[in-house]
Design a protein around this ligand. Structure first.
Ligand code: PHE
Length: 443
């Protein structure tokens, strides 16, 4: 249970509550969700099992794991790639995590309780203020740093066990509230009625990128966590549980955000990174109209939980990089963590400023923040995913995989054939085709 909660703690984060609704909004709603679910089922879960197999079998960090399984070969590049992406993602993840910190503060100061307030303008005012946004991100980074520098094991696992059920409960209550919003009909149609004419390769690539991102795949996090799994942990059912929890939270978040989006004048479904932060304050005000105290508490609690979910995910990203620097560069844990924190924060400053002062600095039409996000999820994660699937499906011995998946033959291997087929053929081919087409379409 502990292992599953820790892995779920890594998976459930801003990707579910912040990024998923944003991607759904940008990619036409229901049809994106449908493709996303298919990606989770046919690609995400098999690749997750691959990471679990590699991690548990080798009991070490990602780069070292590939080095041991394929000595002297170039396969360890997969590990290097994973650690590199974790670094890039962390540098902009802390920016949004900083927002959750500021919103928690604002919530408890009562700043989100004004029904007449224009929360779109509130959000824009905040993110374009260089001092405030950099300060929030820095504060968040300090917290992550402290936990990672001290070693994460006990704390994270215990914390995830309490937080995950709480987050689920609050989200479920908010869904109920969202059903009383005036925009519920439009929101539901947007979420549930697919319009296939809107599908492009880029939609599918975004859905796949989001699936990898949300499940924390191809970045060494799950591989590292799986190295702590015991011999009795069931890899396939753990992968199924983690993916189900993760998908459930993401879809429920959509059910909160979209009815609200269509109820708030001036906010569009494709509002981008600010979407969740512009609509949620409105949800809290609307939902608890008669009882402001309840709205106040609910909003504070929600942002604290969102902040904690961001924290567990950030820690797993930070840990994946730190573990490598600490072990392979012969540095003390403290120094390694410091190096990673300073490095990611330096990049993070540019991401923060891209909402204000550096808003005009663009490459391929994207700001620094958007570039980091798109490049990592649409390019790096798929490439990592293909390589991991090929490694397990073609390079590793099939019997080794069978033994890991069935815990040395003690579990039934009935679905192994299907799973191995997905790993060997479906995942690499699907990712590869989409990736190539997506890239061609982008340029
Ligand atoms: N899966 C996390 C989320 O949904 C993000 C993350 C990615 C965390 C990769 C760790 C590793 O927010």
């Amino acid at each position: 249970m502990g292992a599953i909660f820790a892995a779920a703690g890594s998976a459930v984060g801003l990707g579910n509550v912040w990024r998923f609704p944003m991607e759904v909004g940008n990619n036409g709603g229901a049809v994106f969700i449908l493709i996303y679910l298919l990606c989770i089922l046919l690609i995400g879960i098999p690749v997750m099992v691959c990471e679990f197999v590699i991690g548990r079998h080798t009991q070490t960090n990602m780069i070292e794991a590939f080095r041991r399984l394929a000595p002297g070969r170039w396969w360890r590049i997969i590990g290097v790639l994973g650690i590199f992406v974790a670094f890039i993602i962390l540098s902009y993840y802390i920016v949004v995590s900083g927002w959750t910190l500021y919103y928690t503060y604002s919530s408890f100061r009562g700043m989100l309780m004004d029904k007449g307030c224009d929360y779109g303008a509130f959000f824009n005012g905040y993110v374009s203020n260089p001092w405030l946004s950099v300060l929030s991100a820095m504060l968040f980074m300090v917290m992550v740093h402290i936990v990672v520098a001290r070693g994460v094991r006990g704390g994270i696992e215990k914390c995830s066990k309490i937080m995950m059920p709480m987050l689920l409960l609050i989200i479920a209550l908010l869904v109920l509230c969202a059903f009383s919003m005036p925009g519920i009909d439009k929101g539901l149609t947007f979420m549930l009625k697919p319009d296939f004419s809107k599908v492009t390769v880029s939609t599918v690539l975004s859905a796949m990128g989001q699936a990898f991102y949300s499940l924390s795949l191809a970045m060494g996090c799950l591989c590292t966590y799986a190295s702590y799994f015991g011999p009795k942990t069931r890899l396939v059912s753990s992968a199924l549980s983690v993916s189900s929890i993760d998908t459930f939270v993401a879809v429920l978040s959509g059910f909160i955000i979209f009815p609200a989006v269509f109820s708030v004048p001036g906010v569009d479904a494709d509002a981008g990174p600010g979407l969740v932060f512009q609509t949620l304050p409105y949800v809290f005000n609307m939902a608890f109209e008669g009882v402001p105290l309840l709205g106040y508490l609910f909003s504070g609690l929600f942002y604290i939980l969102l902040f904690l979910a961001a924290l567990t995910s950030s820690i797993s990203l930070h840990e994946a990089v730190t573990a490598y620097v600490h072990e392979n560069w012969c540095m003390s844990r403290h120094r390694a963590a410091l190096l990673v924190s300073v490095g990611t924060m330096s990049l993070g400053v540019f991401c923060c400023l891209s909402f204000g002062v550096l808003g005009d600095v663009t490459l391929f039409g994207m700001t620094v923040f958007d570039l980091f996000d798109s490049f990592s999820s649409k390019v790096m994660l798929p490439v990592g995913g293909i390589l991991i699937a090929i490694f397990v499906g073609w390079y590793l011995n099939r019997d080794l995989v069978y033994m890991e998946v069935t815990n040395n033959g003690t579990l039934s291997g009935r679905f192994f054939g299907l799973l191995f087929f997905l790993i060997r053929w479906v995942a690499p081919l699907a990712i590869c085709t989409l990736f190539v087409k997506g890239i061609v379409e982008m340029f």
